[in-house]
Structures are given as structure tokens and as C-alpha cells.
Design a protein around this ligand. Structure first.
Ligand SMILES: [Zn+2]
Ligand SMILES: [Zn+2]
Ligand SMILES: [Zn+2]
Ligand SMILES: [Zn+2]
Ligand SMILES: [Zn+2]
Ligand SMILES: [Zn+2]
Ligand SMILES: [Zn+2]
Ligand SMILES: [Zn+2]
Length: 274
């Protein structure tokens, strides 16, 4: 997007110079000048008030350079969607990439997130699609849809051959598309994503299947009542043993029954839908 969010006019290198606020949002210099009130400026996107002078608002050089080249371009964004305008190249000191945790000598900086992201990870962010489901990792990062999850693992562990990736949702080795958190190295395979989508759609039909026996006698004669509480999805409920299949999961979220304090994996929860 090479247009200013506020005036919707295209940026250029002379009049509508692209600027970037400390919150990470971009505007043209003309809109910024108009938005100043008594030395304060409120970002029209998130209403954050910045106490800053005009000279201290940095120019978005990534946008500016792209205008100079005359190329249609996409602004490089961090995983939280901020525009990143600062490309740092260091010779002496290598910096650790916030996404892949590998050291690199050139990276983009996201000012609001205090993140530095290597060129490869920037490519990842800008070649993967944000996912439209509410799936997140346990750290709350939004997952992105990759076309080829194993390629990422190949790039961070080149000494091993990666023809597959391990799906954290069903613990099976697979290849191709996934929903991925690159920071936490979490992947959900497409089959898990489809199941999750089905579950999300039919969440009102999803009930806990735990049998509560009526005392010892009930146990002997097999008299029980089903718990039948609604299950809810929790991204952050990881490290669980699935009540139904008994497998251990350490990165995947789960469907939990608050009444029984038990968790179901995605596949087992999907089987509970009538
Ligand atoms: Zn503008
Ligand atoms: Zn903002
Ligand atoms: Zn990286
Ligand atoms: Zn950011
Ligand atoms: Zn899976
Ligand atoms: Zn994450
Ligand atoms: Zn299970
Ligand atoms: Zn229950």
C-alpha cells in the first residue's frame, strides 16, 4: 500500500513524503503536520498520543526507495502488522533475529515491537498469508499460512534433511501447507486446520464425553452420566494429555472441559461432533 492512510493519496518523494510514527503506523508528512495539536499528535489508526516533534518523526525509507525505483511494492511488515522502515546493516556485530533466533548482519527493525527481523524472515512474513481463523500459538502470536512448512525447518537446521514437518496438532509428519508460528516453531497441518474450522463452526455441538459413574456401585453396574459440558478452545492450554486418545501434546492448544479439567486434542474433539 503506497497511499497515506489518512488522506488516501499516494506518497511521493517531494510533497507527500511517507513518514512513520513511533507506534509503527505510516502517514504522509502533510497529514502529520495537520494532526499536530500543541506539540502532541494522535495516531488516527490506534489513537496513541505521541509527544514528539516533527523533526523526530522518521521518514519511511523503504517506501521512499520503492517510489524512487518506481516499482509497485508491498511494505515490509512485522508479524504484528507494523510497517518496518529501517534496514540496518552491521559489519562487526551480528544481531539475533526476533523471529528465527538466528544471527544475521542485515535486518529490518520494528520500532513498536522492538523487534529486529532478518531478511529471510521478512520474506517469510511477506510471502505467507495471515490466517483468517482465530488460531494462535500459546504465546498469542497470530499464525501465518505457509505453502511449505518444511522449507523453514530446512533453513534453520540445514545439517538435517527435512522432507517433512511435524504437525503439533496431530503429531504426524507431513509436508506442504501449514499454519505456522515461526517464533515458537509451531505448525498445524492443513488437515488439523480443517478440523479446527469444523469445530469452530460447530462449537455449540461439542460436549465433554467424560463418564461420571455414580459411586462404586455405579461403576460396577456401569451406571453413569455423561458430563455434557460445553468444550472451549484454549490456545494457551498446551502440555496436556488428551483425555480421549491419551497422547501427549506440548505445543498445540486444546479443547478443554472446565468442569472436569480435561483436554481433548483437535482430532479427538472433531470425533465428538455428531
Ligand atoms: Zn496523508
Ligand atoms: Zn498508530
Ligand atoms: Zn530470522
Ligand atoms: Zn511490530
Ligand atoms: Zn495435524
Ligand atoms: Zn508463537
Ligand atoms: Zn486425542
Ligand atoms: Zn467434562
Amino acid at each position: 500500500m503506497n497511499i497515506c492512510y489518512k488522506c488516501k493519496l499516494p506518497y511521493d518523494s517531494e510533497i507527500r513524503i511517507p513518514k512513520i510514527l513511533p507506534c509503527g503506523h505510516g502517514l504522509c508528512i502533510i497529514c502529520i503536520e495537520k494532526l499536530f495539536k500543541k506539540g502532541l499528535l494522535m495516531c488516527p489508526k490506534d489513537n496513541i498520543i505521541h509527544q514528539i516533534s516533527l523533526e523526530d518523526i522518521s521518514t519511511n525509507y523503504v517506501v521512499l526507495e520503492a517510489i524512487d525505483i518506481g516499482n509497485p511494492f508491498e511494505i515490509i511488515k512485522c508479524t504484528n502488522g507494523h510497517e518496518m522502515n529501517i534496514l540496518v546493516q552491521t559489519e562487526k556485530e551480528k544481531m539475533k533475529c526476533s523471529v528465527c533466533k538466528k544471527y544475521s548482519d542485515s535486518y529490518y527493525q520494528c520500532v513498536p515491537c522492538l523487534d529486529q527481523i532478518c531478511i529471510k524472515c521478512c520474506e517469510w512474513i511477506n510471502t505467507t498469508a495471515p490466517n483468517s481463523y482465530r488460531l494462535r500459538c500459546s504465546e498469542g502470536h497470530y499464525l501465518r499460512e505457509t505453502l511449505n512448512a518444511e522449507v523453514f525447518y530446512q533453513s534453520i537446521r540445514p545439517h538435517k534433511k527435512h522432507n517433512f514437518f511435524l504437525c503439533d496438532g496431530c503429531l504426524t509428519k507431513t509436508n506442504g501447507r501449514s499454519l505456522q508460528c515461526r517464533q515458537c516453531k509451531l505448525d498445524y497441518c492443513i488437515s488439523c486446520v480443517e478440523k479446527y474450522r469444523n469445530l469452530d463452526k460447530n462449537i455449540e455441538l461439542l460436549f465433554c464425553s467424560k463418564k461420571n459413574y455414580e459411586g462404586f456401585f455405579g461403576m460396577i453396574i456401569g451406571k453413569y452420566e455423561l458430563c455434557n459440558q460445553r468444550l472451549v478452545w484454549r490456545n494457551q492450554n498446551t502440555n496436556f494429555k488428551c483425555f480421549s486418545c491419551g497422547s501427549f501434546f506440548n505445543k498445540s492448544g486444546s479443547f478443554i472441559c472446565k468442569e472436569c479439567s480435561i483436554a481433548y486434542c483437535i482430532s479427538c474433539a472433531n470425533k465428538l461432533i455428531p
